[in-house]
Design a protein around this ligand. Structure first.
Ligand SMILES: [Zn+2]
Length: 274
């Protein structure tokens, strides 16, 4: 197998052993970094012949210990924030494929652990071209700008269901059955780690051309609905943004980079106190 270049965007809520904010909040005594590292190790063991960039994309981007690059010198780690392009920092046309690791379902999904889309406190809904969004779709389309396909996703059963209409070729590793926003049934850890290894091997056996590059049709229309009107009052001052009602704004462009960066700017604005 020849050397391939793989971009991994890491999130936390979709991993096995994780079902509430305490599990994924650094400085909390229940913070489950070791679960993230063991699942990541199962993946990285299979990627040792390849060039890997991991973007630590949960919260402040400081969840993955740098030591992991001592065990795997083929891995470069992007860490910290605030940073430009956040969950997708560093992706470009040199990559062959993307893996979204630990991803969770989009906001509003029933019985799905910590469902949200970019901001659990401020964003009530996001639609692009009339379809409800998830971070997976939003970020996959960003990779699409560079013709990089999404090859594999690691997340819960509900995200899998959300993605089914959009992807025929991806490898999906189901980490758990979500039972509520803060509840899940976990499979045995040993089984999950074996599934991560086995599925990663299969994914690597396919050429880049096998996978689908995800893009939105143009013009691209994004509508963001906020948790309250004060967020829309603030975001309305952004260039290109149109206020469409009390809690919603709209951004239309043929350039998906503008939509993607617009959404990040919206998220950063909403993280300030109003
Ligand atoms: Zn997260």
């Amino acid at each position: 197998m020849s050397n391939i270049k793989i971009y991994i965007s890491f999130d936390f809520e979709g991993l096995g052993g994780i079902c509430q904010w305490d599990d994924v909040t650094k400085d909390n005594k229940d913070y489950k970094q070791k679960y993230a590292v063991s699942q990541l190790n199962a993946l990285l063991e299979q990627l040792q012949d390849h060039e890997v960039v991991i973007s630590d994309s949960h919260a402040r981007g400081n969840n993955i210990p740098w030591e992991i690059t001592n065990d795997y010198p083929n891995v470069k780690l992007i860490s910290g924030g605030i940073r430009k392009f956040y969950m997708m920092t560093g992706i470009d046309e040199s990559f062959d494929r993307m893996i979204f690791f630990g991803y969770h379902s989009g906001v509003g999904e029933m019985y799905s652990t910590m469902d949200h889309t970019y901001s659990s406190s401020s964003i009530h809904n996001i639609w692009i071209n009339g379809k409800e969004m998830s971070e997976t779709l939003i970020n996959a389309a960003y990779g699409g700008i560079f013709d990089v396909p999404l090859a594999m996703v690691v997340g819960d059963d509900k995200l899998k269901r959300q993605l089914t209409p959009y992807f025929n070729k991806i490898y999906y590793i189901e980490t758990k059955k979500s039972l509520g926003r803060y509840a899940a049934q976990f499979k045995p850890m040993k089984i999950l780690l074996e599934e991560i290894s086995a599925t990663t091997k299969l994914m690597l056996s396919k050429d880049k051309e096998y996978f689908e590059v995800f893009r939105f049709d143009k013009p691209i229309e994004m509508i963001v609905e906020f948790s309250d009107t004060s967020k829309a009052d603030m975001v309305e001052s952004m260039p290109l943004i149109e206020r469409i009602d009390g809690r919603k704004v709209k951004l239309v462009s043929d350039d998906y980079k503008t939509i993607f960066e617009g959404l990040l700017a919206i998220t950063y604005i909403c993280s300030t106190k109003s």
